[in-house]
Design a protein around this ligand. Structure first.
Ligand SMILES: O=C(O)CCC(=O)C(=O)O
Ligand SMILES: [Fe+2]
Length: 406
């Protein structure tokens, strides 16, 4: 029996003394790397989230040619089609079974990148949603500063201010097609196969690099195992569309992360999931945890982590709607739409490009040994900028996009 992850649910909407909230947030980030932010509608109104999902749907429903005209560029903005991104290149035979659209910076309500005609009328609304995410992210960076007793407490926040210059921050709409689409798609996998961009020394020589044989697990992964690159990620999900799993500290077991965890059933919207990315983990010497996660297809039972062998899924759960909460079956997640597509929205927050990832002025960070037996490598290592850190990570996952262009 697969146990759902038990992550703290934190309310950051209050305006009193935030010390205790900050402490809880930091402890959750150290222990789990993931935490729920209770959705009271105060930071991000429920209507704004609903609207963002409606726009996302219009975007992905747009004709392919409109999306292709906005294909993702080296600035990490734009559309990436099916199987383009391989989040777990060492283990994935084909790219992730998803479509995504990244929005970079907006200036005066205008995107600085091509937008499909189907959503041009929504441009300002997307910009406003991105602004709301930005403000919530800043609130969180401030809480991390307080919770870690960084001097000054706005140390992280200062590094995330837009006024400091461009950053890798993107708002990303995601659509994962239904499993039924996977069957049709397999025929043309090879059209989407990009050769690995890893240096030969790392991945073996050319002749060794044949695609591994198909594995049954491939069919269960919507997004390969990965950790996020930035500082923080805000993740919005929809009721009935689970699938996110986190890797537990044992390094082998996966725990589903419910969309609507116990006690939030009656909140106006599911909590916003926040996770620590590699950059913030690196910056804190590994104290804050950047947890590996993935997205799997739901199975008709609520245990989604073993590979499903049933060839035709049932949609009994989908008929149940939101259920009205009567009874609540002991931690079993709400009705799951087994056969439909899944949508999610992620806000990947990054410091400005030139921010130097210097040792964080926090006693707790400084004294953390990161599980290393000897010495603290933190003090001696080269200081990376945020941009150097980002490019290092992007190169590994968009095989194809970054090669031959150096
Ligand atoms: O769609 C989700 O639930 C998670 C997506 C994700 O982890 C990512 O895009 O980095
Ligand atoms: Fe992620």
């Amino acid at each position: 029996m697969v146990q759902a992850a038990k992550l703290p649910i934190i309310d950051v909407s209050g305006d009193g003394d935030q010390t205790q909230v900050a402490k809880e947030l930091v402890e959750a980030a150290i222990e789990h790397g993931f935490v729920y932010i209770k959705n009271t509608g105060a930071d991000i109104p429920v209507e704004a989230i609903d609207e963002a999902f409606a726009i996302s749907k219009r975007l992905f429903d747009a004709p392919l040619s409109e999306k292709q005209a906005c294909a993702i560029q080296r600035d990490n903005c734009g559309w990436s089609g099916m199987n383009v991104e391989k989040l777990d290149p060492a283990n994935q035979r084909v790219g992730d079974f998803k479509e995504a659209f990244n929005f970079g910076e907006f200036i005066s309500g205008k995107a600085q990148q091509p937008i499909p005609p189907a959503i041009v009328a929504d441009e300002a609304s997307i910009g406003r949603f991105r602004d709301r995410c930005y403000r919530l992210a800043l609130k969180l960076t401030t809480l991390f500063g307080i919770g870690l007793e960084v001097q000054p407490p706005d140390f992280f926040t200062q590094a995330h201010l837009r006024a400091r210059g461009p950053s890798g921050t993107v708002l990303r709409f995601l659509r994962y097609p239904p499993r039924s689409a996977l069957l049709h798609h397999h025929d043309d996998d090879h059209h989407h196969h990009h050769p690995s961009s890893a240096p030969a020394g790392e991945r073996g020589r050319q002749e060794d690099r044949q695609p591994p044989p198909p594995r049954p697990e491939d069919a269960d992964v919507r997004a390969g195992a990965h950790s996020d690159y930035g500082s923080l990620t805000l993740l919005f999900r929809l009721r009935g569309q689970p699938g996110l799993e986190i890797l537990l500290p044992d390094g082998v077991s996966w725990a589903p992360v419910p969309v609507v965890p116990p006690t939030t059933e009656r909140d106006p919207a599911p909590p916003i999931l926040v996770n620590i990315g590699d950059l913030l983990s690196y910056w804190t010497n590994g104290l804050l945890r950047s947890t590996v996660h993935r997205v799997v297809f739901p199975s008709s039972s609520s245990s989604s982590s073993s590979s499903s062998s049933s060839s035709s899924t049932t949609s009994a759960a989908a008929a149940a709607g939101n259920g009205g909460g009567g009874g609540g079956g002991g931690g079993v997640e709400e009705a799951v739409d087994v056969e439909g597509p899944r949508y999610s929205i992620a806000y990947f927050c990054h410091p400005f490009h030139e921010a130097e990832l210097t040792p964080v002025p926090s006693k707790r960070v400084r004294e953390y040994k990161g599980g290393m037996a000897e010495g603290n490598p933190y003090a001696e290592r080269k200081v990376l900028t945020a941009e150097e850190h980002l490019v290092m990570r992007l190169k590994a996952t968009y095989t194809g996009l970054y090669e031959d262009k150096e």
